[in-house]
Design a protein around this ligand. Structure first.
Ligand code: UDP
Ligand code: G6P
Length: 693
């Protein structure tokens, strides 16, 4: 039987559209990476999903995504419809005639794009034939038991088949196919080998090898040019996957990635300099008045306060008004996501806050899914006790209210001692007794499968962050992503972010990093690093990111110890801020959201598509001599410092100095040592294009 576990319905996708007199399909298959089994909670999913509205706005019904048909979720995520385009309808008919099941419909998300979903299992009878073909035409091996690769091969062949059929049926429109990640790479390879009439783009959101190398103990950035890539991929058992990624890179008209740092990495690990950078955007929801998002912070914070009171019951000796919430969140890549650095810096922060007798308490959350069984009894008990207390206090208050009213109505002045009856007193005493406990508040909310081997728990023990009463930094490790139905926290991720004060993402390997970007658009300051795509993007575009609540830890030139000190310093300084200063800072952070909006970021995607068309069909353009040489302007426009520090600057003033050209790839990666002149990334052709369409 063919095994389909772990493949999400829209995990591999593509789209179609037409453009100018050339029109067509964009194929946009994607997948995720290492050790992750829930596609909906990783960056690539956010890219694909949030990019839909701007793309649909541009191409309407001509924009399609493709992917495997996951029957468990398709019925709630996709509305089946008939294809309107005769070319697509005929193509799907030809494929289904061969016994392959295809679902055509609208993906029920913002923008409602069209999707073509293939039942991978129904095409499994072709697997051996296609594997043999892949070896013959591209020299790509495929070992027998790698299910993910087998699925990627089937999907790649189905995508290429569909593209071929559509291209044959519709000779009037051009087709642009964009393939995301190695799992979608085979479609790109086949377009090239079969010389399909399709303009192609391949986008890596990370490199396979980069992610593996960084997760190990390797001085990655300083050795990039020296790695023997085939050997390293072979040692890690990913040679065949690496071959797919590298072949796709070299088979397309336009090769792109998501940040300068990953462009630099891709050049050495995949041996092709990316043609441009397509940074990730978000759909920014702007409130008409800025106080609205500030109010949301207060409301969400109250809910976190509620959780914290329950979690720390019996040891709740700190002042909520002087408590700050820090958090890190993401897939559990302990080293790549910088969770190691976060914990060590929290320990240093704890010492510093204690040493200066700070009245501030920091509750630091770690949200990273690990193997768990369930919530711990202690965690559930804490929430239950605090709920009980709350209920009892409400009842007693209501009774007191009644008594006061009765007394006053009868003309008696109520006395304090008359208000609480003996019964109420006993009830409250019982509740207070229940809140006593001998043990310390737990550092983890769930029963972990690998409690003794877990690196986060191990490090928390090593640095002795045990939630002692005198600790100024308390920790809560929540080894599961958040959702509103969760009985303990009951907040979805977005609400949680809003209620916090600082997101901390000291990543070591982070091609983009949505988590700090999401904080930014919600007006929550965050810490990132100069090894993350987002951090570099902010550094490139803002004169002093710190003024806007974007703290960038230097993990390039500093030693690990120095970086941890720097991070502890950022957090310590943040703890010194007054409420007024925090409110001002949040206002400034939120104003950055415009530069992260797909309305701007999407322009880079347009450029990439335009470039692919021009390279694929040079004769169709009047200015066929497309070197771009004369079109470039050397923009170094950066977002200036806020006019008033710490006051709130006027909306729009600063953004006026921001220049769109600065969105593109920068010419160098300062700070990475050992860089020959001929190897730095010159501004690519994309940067030099005028805004297309
Ligand atoms: N995320 C989520 N729920 C959580 C924590 C994180 O949905 O409880 C999402 C978050 O919104 C973000 C993604 O996970 O979009 C992580 O993306 P990022 O680019 O930071 O990391 P990647 O997974 O690409 O390495
Ligand atoms: C928002 C609310 C204010 C509240 C403040 C708390 O700005 O509009 O009413 O006082 O948040 O900020 P803090 O940083 O202390 O959580």
């Amino acid at each position: 039987a063919y095994h389909l576990d772990g493949i999400h319905m829209l995990r591999l996708m593509s789209w179609t559209y037409s453009v100018l007199r050339l029109a067509g399909l964009i194929w946009h298959p994607y997948s995720n990476n290492l050790k992750h089994n829930n596609d909906q909670e990783c960056g690539i999913y956010t890219v694909i999903k949030t990019k839909v509205p701007v793309t649909v706005q541009e191409y309407g019904d001509r924009y399609h995504l493709t992917g495997p048909w996951n029957r468990f979720s398709a019925h709630v995520e996709v509305e089946e419809i008939e294809p309107e385009s005769p070319a697509i309808e005929a193509a799907i008919r030809t494929i289904t005639e061969q016994g392959i099941q295809v679902l055509y419909g609208r993906w029920l998300i913002d923008g409602a794009p069209r999707v073509v979903l293939f039942d991978i299992g129904s095409a499994a009878y072709k697997l051996d034939e296609w594997k043999g073909d892949l070896w013959r035409v591209a020299g790509i091996p495929s070992p027998p038991h790698d299910i993910e690769t087998n699925d990627a091969i089937i999907l790649g062949y189905l995508n290429a088949w569909l593209l071929d059929e559509v291209a044959k049926n519709d000779t009037e429109h051009a087709i642009i196919a964009q393939f995301h990640e190695w799992q979608a790479g085979i479609g790109a390879v086949l377009c090239n080998k079969r010389k399909l009439d399709v303009a192609t783009i391949f986008t890596t959101h990370a490199t396979l090898l980069g992610r593996y190398l960084c997760a190990g103990n390797v001085d990655f950035y300083n050795n990039l040019r020296h790695f023997n890539v085939d050997e390293e991929a072979g040692k890690r058992g990913i040679y065949h996957r690496y071959c797919i990624e590298r072949a796709a890179t070299h088979c397309v008209d336009v090769f792109t990635t998501v940040s300068n740092i990953t462009a630099y990495e891709a050049e050495f690990l995949l041996k092709r300099k990316p043609d441009g950078v397509l940074p990730n955007g978000l759909n920014v929801v702007k409130f008409s008045a800025t106080h609205e998002f500030q109010n949301l912070h207060q409301v969400a914070k109250e809910r976190i306060n509620h959780f914290v009171r329950g979690h720390f019951y019996g040891h709740y000796n700190f002042d909520m008004e002087k408590t700050l919430y820090f958090f890190t969140a993401g897939r559990y890549e302990y080293r790549n996501k910088g969770i190691d650095m976060y914990i060590e810096s929290l320990a240093r922060l704890n010492s510093r806050l204690k040493a200066c007798n700070s009245p501030v308490t920091v509750v630091a959350f770690i949200i990273a899914p690990a193997k768990v069984n369930s919530f711990t009894v202690e965690t559930l008990k804490g929430q239950a006790l605090i709920k009980q207390l709350e209920g009892s206090v409400e009842d007693v208050s209501a009774r007191i209210g009644k008594r006061i009213f009765e007394m006053a109505a009868r003309g008696h002045e109520p006395q304090a001692e008359d208000l609480l009856t003996e019964q109420d007193r006993i009830l409250l005493k019982r509740r207070v007794f229940a809140l006593k406990r001998d043990s310390l508040p737990p550092i983890v909310t769930h029963n972990m499968v690998d409690d003794h081997e877990d690196p986060v728990l191990g490090q928390l023990r090593a640095v002795r962050l045990f939630n002692n009463d005198d600790d100024r930094v308390k920790v809560v490790f929540h080894p599961e992503f958040l959702n509103a139905n969760n009985p303990v926290m009951g907040l979805d991720y977005e609400e949680f972010i809003r209620g916090t004060h600082l997101g901390v993402f000291p990543s070591w390997y982070e091609p983009w990093g949505y988590t700090p970007a999401e904080c930014t658009v919600m007006g929550v300051p965050s810490v990132t690093t100069n090894l993350s795509g987002f951090g570099c993007f902010m550094e490139d575009n803002i004169v002093n990111p710190e003024d806007y609540g974007i703290y960038i830890v230097d993990r390039r030139l500093k030693s690990a110890d120095e970086s941890m000190d720097q991070l502890a310093g950022f957090m310590f300084d943040f703890c010194q801020k007054t409420r007024r200063q925090r409110i001002n800072q949040r206002n400034r952070t939120e104003r950055l959201s415009d530069i992260l909006d797909w309305k701007r970021m999407g322009i880079e995607y347009m450029k990439a598509r335009q470039c692919a068309l021009r390279r694929c069909y040079p004769d169709a353009f009047d200015d066929a001599d497309f070197s771009g040489e004369n079109e470039a302007e050397d923009h170094h426009g950066k977002l200036s410092r806020p006019q008033s520090i710490p006051g709130t600057p006027r909306m729009g003033d600063d953004l006026a100095t921001y220049d769109l050209a600065a969105l593109s790839i920068s010419s160098e990666l300062p700070g990475i040592k050992d860089q020959d002149e001929d190897n730095d990334l010159r501004p690519p052709i994309l940067l030099k294009m005028k805004s297309p369409l």
